[in-house]
Design a protein around this ligand. Sequence first.
Ligand SMILES: *[C@@H]1O[C@H](CO)[C@@H](O)[C@H](O)[C@H]1NC(C)=O
Length: 287
Amino acid sequence: MATSSGSPVAVIACLVFFSFIAASTANFYQDFDITWGDGRGKIVNNGEVLTLSLDKASGSGFQSKNEYLYGKIDMQLKLVPGNSAGTVTAYYLSSKGSNWDEIDFEFLGNLSGDPYILHTNVFSQGKGNREQQFYLWFDPTADFHTYSILWNPQRIVFSADGTPIREFKNMESMGVPFPKNQPMRIYSSLWNADDWATRGGLVKTDWSQAPFTASYRNFNANACTWSNGASSCKSDNPSSANSWLSQELDTTSQERLRWVQKNYMIYNYCSDTKRFPQGLPSECNAS
Ligand SMILES: *[C@@H]1O[C@H](CO)[C@@H](O)[C@H](O)[C@H]1NC(C)=O
């Protein structure tokens, strides 16, 4: 590049090259703010890793700088290892206001060797009550695993390591509100919830094990960013444009989803007839 440093073509090539590098390296300084926890949340390794911790005095949390209106958002998490009973690591998208939309992953800790529960929920216009809970087919504390939310106008898909665990379809045609016009931020927090989290609150947090720490890395958002009332959409892969905006589950993914739901789902609001004596929510009768 030194020999042609005056050429505009070389300068543009350089800019394209460097913006490509910038886009492909997750940087927590660039994308997130630690919002609470008085030093218990930290960005380390030059922005490559974020850690949250919890002790008896406080938990901690962070949020994205951007607001998103649709996206395919991936994050790798490594959950609190060992005796994590009583702790909850929440990772979710949420809008603001009393009619908010929300897409939730919550990881409920457990005694050493006992399984975490992955709790999921979808709120639209302030109404949730759509819980599904899962065990995982791997140990989420031994290593980093990728948790993804695909949110486009037709569906919301929750995935773990690329395997879909839950799909919430747009069923507005049946009168079920779908999150579609309130931009959401990404939030995460680690806190104490030993009144309900582990075996329904029977197992309490063992503070002698504190501080409890969860780690995050490799954030990636192919998403539409909301700013000043306008949305701008991006894809990290120029050749596939914004394919995520119309992505659906192919046959293999649908099989994987059924495998998870058959073998790892431990609670489904759509099967909880006792809870809804007036009849199951209408989206439950759809598919
Ligand atoms: C913790 O382990 C117990 C015993 O295996 C299990 O019943 C429970 O679902 C597990 N997870 C949580 C978060 O309570």
